[in-house]
Design a protein around this ligand. Structure first.
Ligand SMILES: Nc1ncnc2c1ncn2[C@@H]1O[C@H](COP(=O)(O)OP(=O)(O)OP(=O)(O)O)[C@@H](O)[C@H]1O
Length: 608
């Protein structure tokens, strides 16, 4: 609505402006006592009055047009930014693997403004500028006709100028566009580099990498500056050229008019030429400027368009339904999987396994063996190339993504924590959650008492980017995230390294929480800590070289020996054993025989 209003008023202003100038032309001719370009003799006082009224109307409408255009622009921009944000959250891992977080921030924050401007111009130009162009064109022809004997070729000269000059401008805009494409690439690289520094500034300090980061940022900034300088110089040259269009045309017409001027020609017609040429050239010039602007903005508009057009990689299958998981089983049937788009290397090569319902299964394997990939298949972040992933006896694609992810809940290794209060982080998964529900969930995972020590009302604890005074520690974050996952009453819970960063006391609490939970939730976890696995898991599935190589309870696998789990436990024991440490035994002084103030044995290598 504001857009249509702004376009309507803009068209009115652009139509009235040449008309107002033409009134001035008629007024001048009337003062001279000659008929105006229209052929009529008019009353100069009436014309002066009409000019005054029209001038005031144009001024008022121009002001209104500016205000409404600003309002409409802001509304369009808000809608576009919201749309980009929402679309981006629907896109899958291939998209998010390609476009980094800092780049997304840049697209939604900055690039959207360029896209909004372009969209507005495309939609509004034909009406707003078109009306002005046609009106001024008609009056220009009227004024030219007042010059006796204008030969027809002059019209062709004019037409040629009107066509050729914008064409040259268009060519120039291509050069400018390429230069700005480079600017965008440099800015994206800078955004990533800056993201590297802002992600963990304290870690940068601890690594004493300040100088390295500083150098990288300086290099990137220099590249951005160089690219911008190149592009800006090209743009300035193009704009200078476009700016001269109006002057060139006015000059050509005036020279011709001056040579064709005779006693019968009204001075008003000459004035008409001077006034109308810029009004005809203006919209054409704006069109060229717009196309130049389009080339300049295109590198920024394209990613905006890509997000709007991009299709989520995984969508609901045609026959997908909202199905309740009653039978809390999960099964892989001969699954073959490699990451798209290449789908090679094969990560899972024909794996089959039925995860026990209402039990805890730990997937154990070396780094990069495909453990997390299995979790991703279970929540349909990806689809396998072959075989079936079954949940509750149904293929995973039979569920709508909404119903699947409501019931199969993932607790990732580094859970998402929103900046804000602890309560806000629970509202993330359940908008209408009550304080009592949050409290119960936090008590259930055993973190409540520790949180009370941070702040009397733990729900108001501020969640910050990093751990610090008055906020959550790394381990507490994990337990809070587990509490948040439980709020959803999952049928199947997927845990990625749940024991990471949790202290010994909290770990034993975690073991009992998970064991209790597993009475009516199927838990599948990826875990490197084999002691934790031994303590908590009912079943262990070992993965190696794309296949499941051993399955059984931790105790059975340990008793059997030789399998991957037993090897891992053994390696862990050897790594943490103190037997290999050569500790020199220092003889204790014989207190009975020694003097009242016995001398202590000197430390190794030390001197008393
Ligand atoms: N999005 C992706 N695109 C392409 N390859 C990927 C992607 N994610 C993971 N991989 C590759 O797939 C293999 C298995 O990855 P996965 O994350 O499943 O391993 P993992 O067993 O969970 O490893 P870790 O214990 O180190 O977390 C790895 O070689 C990894 O590099």
């Amino acid at each position: 609505m504001p857009f249509l209003l702004s376009v309507g008023i803009g068209a009115l202003v652009n139509g009235l402006t040449p008309y107002t100038q033409q009134v001035l032309v008629s007024l001048t001719s009337a003062l001279e006592g000659k008929p105006g370009p229209g052929g009529n003799i008019v009353d100069p006082r009436m014309m002066a009055l009409l000019y005054a009224v029209l001038a005031v109307v144009v001024i008022l409408l121009s002001m209104a047009s500016k205000l409404i255009t600003t309002w409409s622009n802001e509304r369009m921009l808000v809608t576009l930014r919201g749309l980009l944000h929402d679309r981006m959250l629907l896109l899958g891992p291939i998209f998010h693997g390609k476009v980094t977080g800092p780049q997304l921030v840049q697209i939604i924050n900055n690039f959207s403004a360029g896209a909004q401007f372009t969209l507005r111009e495309i939609l509004a130009y034909p009406l707003t500028r078109g009306v002005g162009l046609v009106t001024a064109g008609v009056f220009l022809a009227d004024n030219l006709a007042a010059f006796a004997g204008i030969p027809p070729f002059m019209r062709w000269v004019l037409l040629a100028l009107v066509v050729i000059i914008p064409l040259i401008g268009w060519k120039l805009s291509g050069v400018v566009g390429r230069a700005f494409e480079q600017v965008r690439a440099e800015e994206a690289a800078f955004a990533d580099e800056l993201g590297n520094s802002t992600a963990q500034p304290l870690e940068v300090q601890l690594m004493r990498a300040h100088a390295q980061r500083s150098r990288s940022i300086a290099e990137r900034l220099t590249s951005v500056m160089r690219a911008k300088l190149r592009a800006t110089l090209r743009r300035e040259a193009a704009q200078q050229f476009q700016g001269s269009m109006s002057t060139i045309l006015t000059t050509v017409i005036l020279i011709y008019a001056a040579f064709s001027f005779d006693a019968s020609t009204p001075v008003g017609a000459l004035l008409g030429l001077i006034l109308m040429v810029p009004l005809v050239v203006g919209p054409i010039q704006e069109l060229v400027t717009f196309f130049t602007g389009l080339s300049v903005n295109w590198p920024m508009i394209r990613p905006v368009g890509e997000i709007i057009d991009a299709k989520p990689e995984i969508e609901d299958a045609a026959a997908a339904r909202d199905i309740a998981i009653t039978q809390r089983s999960a099964e892989l049937k001969n699954v073959i999987f490699g990451y798209p788009p290449a789908k090679t290397p094969i990560i899972l090569n024909g794996v089959s396994h039925k995860f026990r319902a209402d039990a805890i299964t730990a997937i154990v394997g070396g780094s990069g063996s495909g453990k997390s990939s299995i979790m991703r298949l279970l929540v349909r972040l990806y689809d396998p190339q072959n075989g079936d992933v079954m949940l509750g006896g149904q293929p995973v694609a039979a569920y709508t993504l909404e119903s699947l992810r409501r019931q199969v809940v993932t607790l990732s290794q580094f859970p998402l924590m929103l900046l804000g209060s602890l309560r806000k982080n629970f509202e993330l998964v359940k908008a209408d959650i009550t304080d009592d529900e949050i409290t119960a969930a936090l008590r259930r995972v055993g973190v409540w008492d520790a949180l009370v020590k941070i702040q009397g009302n733990p729900l108001e604890i501020p969640v910050t980017q990093a751990a610090g005074t008055g906020t959550l520690s790394g381990g507490q974050r994990r337990l809070v995230a587990l509490a948040r996952a439980l709020v959803l009453n999952p049928a199947i819970l997927l845990l990625d390294e749940p024991s990471t960063g949790v202290d010994v006391e909290s770990t034993s609490r975690l073991v009992s929480v998970l064991k209790e939970l597993a009475r009516d939730v199927t838990i599948i976890m990826v875990e490197h800590d084999v002691d934790f696995v031994t303590a908590v898991a009912d079943e262990v599935v070992c993965i190696e070289n794309g296949g499941f190589v051993a399955t059984g309870s931790p105790q059975a696998l340990l008793a059997q020996g030789g399998n991957l789990f037993a090897r891992f436990v053994d390696a862990r024991r050897r790594a943490t054993s103190t037997e290999h440490l050569d500790i020199e035994r220092v003889p204790l002084p014989d207190i009975a025989k020694s003097s009242p103030t016995p001398k202590l044995a000197p430390p190794m290598g030390g001197k008393m």
